[in-house]
Ligand binder design. Structure first.
Ligand SMILES: Cc1cc2nc3c(=O)[nH]c(=O)nc-3n(C[C@H](O)[C@H](O)[C@H](O)COP(=O)(O)OP(=O)(O)OC[C@H]3O[C@@H](n4cnc5c(N)ncnc54)[C@H](O)[C@@H]3O)c2cc1C
Length: 454
């Protein structure tokens, strides 16, 4: 996603973009080897959808036509948080729910339609090529996956979007640069997902279910979301080492252990349409490329290759979209002050700008994960404890106050910055809120009218 969206932005500025991809890409929305996380639940948050829609007009409608399911959060989604069910009267935001392969296939098809974009599939980037003094990247070496043959590709700008497995730090070391600092916060979380056919005649006043975690006490959680093909994607997650099993009996016992048992009840009579698929590798990890004392010209790193988030907050694809948006802004600003073809300074400025826009998402994700005593990587300091206390107050208010629930949903959807939670109306709601109805209470019914029109 980061590579596709960066290519989309670059297409407005350059004569040719070559997308190098190790996989031979499927024509349809199918799973592929280079995207092991693709079998797990993926939600594109509101902000990410807005950026993608801006870059690829008609994206949401195309996704919906291909089977994606339109829903509003929280109106159509029953969300159980630590303090109770989220108030469904909030306006919140709209999403189109689909599997990751379908979300990506729609973006890929549109990006590959651009006349300046070409795809070099079945090729793996093995290293960077650079000027003799290592100060400027001049291209990449690629290896054909089928016969191992290698070729050098020259480029004015190289963008690494190779995901969590990116070798950028090693490549930089090969050019003589010092090792970048690495920050990690590991909540020891794993996923296990399975698809089900929605039973004929099923009806409920909600479209999706989110039984979220309540750290540090509740480390097991689960989501049920509609996806294309009239299916439900049921995603089970466990932090602190309480991983959902991937065998039939263990997975079923895990889903039954979630309170209330709404997901277990839904799937009791539903036909599975996939095996159970597990996934580890969810640590929050960011490379501080922005703090390197020295950085080569003409080399950029985007997406998970820079910052990979614990995925339960759904930030990864949205941050990939924001990285593309940031790249566009940097390219436009650079054009205003430099001669055509002069890219000096662009790379450093981009990595610093990217670190700035990623910081709130990093804080949200790591701060929540630090509630688990089993999380490793960083101690939860004094500031974190105050933040946790206030977030709990906001979470409580969001169960009974649609205005607070609306702002809360918008912050989670990355439409508003976390500072929106400090607005006077939210502050007042948070300070007077009592804890809402817990899992023992039924979820609130779908409201006939929303009380927070915009
Ligand atoms: C379990 C799980 C659940 C997730 N859920 C969500 C969610 O709900 N919402 C959300 O927004 N995000 C989610 N994410 C995160 C999301 O998958 C990523 O953040 C997002 O895909 C952006 O990653 P990327 O484009 O940087 O890398 P990737 O999507 O990993 O893509 C990297 C690409 O580079 C290719 N590649 C790798 N190395 C090379 C090489 N040397 N040469 C050529 N090609 C190469 C790979 O084949 C692949 O196509 C989840 C992640 C996980 C692990």
């Amino acid at each position: 996603m980061a590579g596709l969206l960066a290519a989309r932005v670059l297409a407005d500025h350059v004569d040719q973009v070559v997308l190098v991809e190790r996989d031979v890409l499927p024509a349809a929305a199918e799973h592929r080897r280079g995207l092991p996380q693709g079998r797990q639940f993926h939600a594109l948050l509101a902000r990410g959808r807005a950026v993608v829609e801006d870059l690829i007009p008609g994206y949401s409608e195309e996704l919906r036509t291909a089977g994606g399911v339109r829903l509003r959060l929280p109106t159509d989604v029953i969300v159980l948080g630590p303090a109770g069910w989220m108030d469904r009267r909030a306006r919140g935001w709209e999403a189109v729910s689909a599997t990751r392969p379908l979300i990506e296939a729609v973006v890929r098809r549109r990006v590959l339609e651009l006349p300046v974009v070409t795809l070099l599939e079945g090729h793996e980037v093995t290293s960077l090529t650079a000027a003799r003094d290592g100060r400027s990247v001049t291209g990449v070496t690629v290896r054909r996956v089928d016969d191992g043959g290698t070729t050098d590709l020259d480029a004015d700008l190289v963008v690494d979007a190779a995901g969590r497995g990116s070798r950028a730090p090693a490549w930089l070391a090969g050019l003589g640069y010092p090792a970048p600092a690495r920050e990690q916060v590991d909540p020891k979380l794993a996923y296990a997902a399975r698809l089900f056919q929605v039973p004929a005649g099923f009806s409920a006043d909600w479209t999706a279910v989110m039984l979220t975690s309540a750290p540090p006490t509740v480390a097991r959680f689960g989501y049920l979301f509609p996806v294309e093909g009239d299916q439900w994607m049921v995603s089970l997650m466990g932090a602190g080492g309480q991983h959902p099993p991937t065998d039939e009996a263990g997975w079923t016992a895990f889903v039954r252990s979630l309170r209330p048992p709404v997901i277990a009840e839904c799937i009791a009579s539903a036909e599975p349409t996939s095996p159970i698929r597990g996934h580890h590798g969810t640590t929050n990890r960011r490379w501080r490329f922005d703090r390197m004392p020295d950085w080569p010209e003409r080399f950029l790193v985007v997406g998970d290759a820079v910052t990979a988030f614990n995925p339960v907050y759904g930030q990864g694809m949205t941050m990939a979209a924001i990285a593309a948006e940031t790249l566009g802004a940097c390219l436009r600003a650079h054009r205003g002050t430099h001669r055509p073809g002069d890219l000096d300074g662009l790379a450093v400025r981009f990595q610093r700008a990217l670190a700035r826009v990623e910081a709130p998402a990093w804080t949200l994700s790591t701060s929540e994960d630090l509630r688990y005593p089993t999380t490793t990587g960083m101690p939860a300091g004094r500031g974190q404890r105050v933040r946790h206390w206030y977030q709990d107050r906001v979470g409580s208010a969001a169960t009974v106050d649609p205005v607070v629930a609306d702002v809360y949903a918008r912050v989670l959807g990355m439409l508003d910055p976390p500072s929106a939670l400090l607005r006077p109306r939210v502050l007042a709601g948070a300070l007077r809120a009592r804890t809402g109805a817990g899992p023992a209470a039924p979820p609130p019914p779908r409201p006939a009218v929303r009380t927070t029109p915009r």
